[in-house]
Unconditional design. Structure first.
Length: 558
């Protein structure tokens, strides 16, 4: 069902131990799990953890994993979200079993089971207003009180429920509630809602229904209908487990899956709420669901992250019962680790500074063979052309060098990657005192980057030929959203989350790059060609920097 997710040992956790035990004891002959997203937004990296867990378990135990859309709220659902979710799962390297399932496939069965609960005296039609329902519910420290409509007769409840289905009442007039215990210490069990009236067009069922089941009612029944063995969800549903079991215990259905909860993924400075991410999109705070600043799977894919990196990250953080917040650097470590192995090296300068090499003649050209990836010998080499006029990065020159400066400066010789040793001769400035050009010389004996006399050169710079370099736009992204984004996002300062650099220069091989192709800009970071590129207008997004403080910290602590 999936590609190989990692070369590391297969993971072990408490959920896998439960699954393994159930198979060994014969409780189940085959494990069947599911990934049940709501099609009300794009998936984010938190969902990737659940995807890897569910599809991974199915793979490891030779079972099945269903993709089932919980499409029970038509007012917020769109086909765009359905399509994006399927694309994201496949990009991560997984494939669902046989077909795509939908909760809407079971609407008639949901209705029938609600009728069964009413006939058993275990559900009733509530006619209190939403505000009154909240007042009657009580608080965590005070018991709720019974609704005056709780003791309606079975016949009256059935009649009202049928009229709800027939569309005879406006939204909010009635709901169907389970009759459990208004004094329960678990607020979820205080006569929870099972059905509500919602006159909204459904993308799959059209206008056939105007009543829709609540998630806590539809979900366990969907699981049971599909023969799910282990219903794996995040910790916020732990208090809902008694209701999950109550629904299945009180209807005539042959299957009873086991709900198991695990800790959701939280990453510092990263929004993990589809509702808040939607607000960022609708308010124009970001350019769309796939904005590379977004933690959506579409966003990180456009940013240049790889599916292997995400799978390895999800495996490494493991599955636990305790919530926590991970450092963002922990994610970037796995992104950087994979990109280091797979990305072709190229040279680019983000802030070009012209260098004229005085001891080379006009029209001089040298061709050097550069490794495409020193981590992968099979990646081969590419030609890079060296000319009399080149560009280096302005940040690689200092007129007055600070301590431990190993880049170009008066009296400090550097190595040009793949080419020559370079030494400064003269600094050219304009009338305002700005540096516009450097005059330098190269050591002919150092051709190809060798050390002709054994002298130590500590600095190595990337460069591009002034004649052959191609212009590029580089976008430097950052995550600077707070963990809790206020409603409307008016208070969110994302002014530093995107820096656009124009006038950058790169070696000409980048002109042939495909959208989505990833590179290491030597000494700068990892970059990915963006979909906004067109013709000669090349746009590259920074995927990650070369610096890895998290890995260094881990090594130091160990």
């Amino acid at each position: 069902m999936s590609t190989d997710t990692t070369t590391a040992e297969k993971p072990k956790d408490f959920i896998r131990e439960i699954v393994e035990h159930d198979l060994q004891t014969g409780k189940h002959q085959q494990v069947v799990v599911r990934f049940p997203p709501e099609p009300n937004g794009y998936l984010h990296i938190g969902h990737a953890k659940s995807i890897c867990l569910n599809f991974g378990i199915a793979d490891e135990f030779k079972g099945r994993c269903h993709l089932r859309f919980d499409d029970t709220n038509p007012a917020k659902e769109e086909q765009e979200y359905v399509d994006s979710i399927q694309a994201d799962i496949q990009w991560l390297g997984f494939q669902w079993t046989d077909q795509v399932y939908y909760a809407s496939d079971y609407y008639e069965q949901f209705y029938g089971y609600a009728v069964e609960l009413i006939k058993k005296g275990l559900a009733y039609v509530e006619s209190l207003s939403p505000d009154e329902v909240r007042q009657y519910r009580g608080t965590p420290t005070e018991a709720g009180k019974n609704s005056p409509f709780r003791d309606r007769s079975v016949e009256e409840n059935l009649d009202l429920f049928a009229k709800m289905r027939a569309g005879e009442f406006p939204d909010g007039t009635h709901i169907v509630r389970a009759k459990i215990d208004m004094a329960s210490p678990n607020l979820t069990m205080r006569d929870p809602a099972l059905y509500r009236i919602k006159h909204a067009h459904h993308q799959r069922t059209g206008d056939a229904w105007c009543i829709y089941p609540m998630y806590d009612y539809a979900h366990p029944i969907s699981d049971a209908i599909e023969g799910i063995t282990h219903s794996i969800c995040t910790l916020e549903f732990e208090d809902h487990r008694p209701l999950y079991d109550w629904v299945l215990d009180n209807i005539t259905i042959p299957s009873h899956p086991r709900q198991i909860e695990f800790a959701r993924l939280n990453i510092e400075n990263t929004v993990m709420s589809k509702r808040k991410l939607l607000s960022l999109v609708t308010t124009g705070t970001v350019s769309g669901w796939d904005d590379p600043r977004m933690p959506t799977i579409a966003g990180i894919r456009r940013r240049g992250y790889t599916p292997t990196a995400i799978r390895n990250f999800c495996q490494a953080i493991g599955v636990t019962k305790a919530n926590g917040v991970l450092e963002f650097g922990q994610l970037e470590y796995y992104v950087r680790q994979d990109l280091n192995l797979t990305s072709r090296r190229v040279m680019a300068v983000l802030k070009p500074l012209k260098v004229v090499i005085e001891n080379l003649p006009e029209g001089h050209e040298d061709v050097f063979q550069a490794d495409n990836n020193p981590e992968d010998a099979s990646a081969g080499t590419r030609p890079v052309v060296f000319t009399r006029e080149i560009y280096i990065d302005r940040d690689d020159f200092a007129e007055v060098a600070p301590k431990k400066w190993f880049r170009l400066a008066p009296g400090i010789e550097v190595r040009l990657k793949h080419a020559y040793y370079l030494k400064l001769s003269e600094i050219i400035k304009d009338a305002d005192g700005n540096i516009t050009e450097l005059r330098c010389t190269v050591d002919p004996e150092s051709r190809g980057g060798g050390t002709p006399d054994g002298r130590v050169i500590k600095g190595t710079l990337q460069w591009v030929s002034a004649k052959h370099a191609i212009p590029t736009e580089v976008r430097l992204y950052d995550y600077n959203f707070p963990m809790a984004v206020p409603e409307g996002t008016a208070a969110v300062d994302n002014s530093g989350s995107l820096e656009v650099l124009t006038g950058c220069l790169a070696e000409p091989s980048l002109g042939e790059a495909q959208v989505g192709e990833r590179f290491q800009f030597m000494r700068i970071g990892y970059f990915c060609k963006d979909k906004d590129s067109s013709g000669t207008h090349l746009v590259f997004n920074r995927s990650a920097t070369l610096k890895d403080t998290w890995a260094k910290l881990e090594k130091k602590q160990s």
